[in-house]
Design a protein around this ligand. Structure first.
Ligand code: COA
Length: 184
């Protein structure tokens, strides 16, 4: 019989810290959201690939709110840990903070959840090791991720149903109070 592998959350916990340099800035002088997304994807990959012992791809992100802007010169830290292990997917929770040396303040800029899928050599989803839960928080995060995964499935099904063939009169009625002008 195949021996199942389990790994503790600690095994793959990952932190990336990066200085926000001027080339990361947008026209408003703040750090581009895309820079932060790229760093989140990177830390999610490292964390998931370490737990899985395998190459992983990003399947979905749930979801990103930029709570506070990040300034050039600040030090951004991204803390990632595996919150949930499915059959071939892992949900990685990421907490992002940004530190200003001068004012000695640390702000929480966002928390989000990346679903990463382990892939085999033939580019098919591969089994991932289970998760050993050693604290109450780890149990809570696993259970919350399970609920979020189920909710995500329902939302995706629902979204498919939203895409209906265009009924112009129905759409005109729906958009009547919206900030748009129909000119056909
Ligand atoms: C992600 C991907 C592997 C899923 O393939 P698939 O044929 O749908 O695979 P499955 O239906 O077997 O699903 C595999 C797992 O992914 C999960 N999954 C698939 N799509 C998902 C989505 N949109 N959101 C969350 N989870 C998802 C499934 O729930 C399943 O989890 P489980 O095995 O733990 O139960 C495939 O869609 C893919 O390769 N996407 C491109 C990924 C990519 O290029 N990312 C960006 C660059 S890394």
């Amino acid at each position: 019989m195949e021996q199942r592998i389990f790994r503790p959350v600690q095994y793959s916990k990952t932190t990336i810290t990066e200085l926000m340099i001027p080339t990361y800035a947008n026209f408003g002088g703040k750090v581009h959201g895309g820079i932060l997304l790229s760093l989140m994807d990177k830390v999610a990959y490292v964390c998931a690939a370490k737990h899985a012992g395998n190459y992983c791809v990003t399947a979905s992100i749930d979801h990103v709110d930029f709570l506070q802007s990040v300034e050039v010169g600040e030090l951004v830290s991204l803390k990632a840990s595996v919150n949930f292990a499915g059959s071939s997917s892992l949900i990685v929770g990421i907490r992002v903070t940004s530190e200003n040396f001068k004012t000695q303040t640390v702000k929480h800029t966002n928390t989000c959840y990346f679903t990463m899928v382990a892939m085999d050599e033939n580019h098919h989803p591969a089994h991932v090791p289970g998760l050993i839960l050693e604290t109450k928080d780890e149990i809570r995060r696993f259970a919350e991720a399970l609920k979020r995964k189920e909710l995500g499935k329902q939302v995706r099904t629902h979204m498919k149903q939203i895409k209906t063939p265009l009924d112009l009169d129905e759409y005109k009625a729906l958009l009547v109070k919206e900030n748009c002008k129909i000119e056909i």
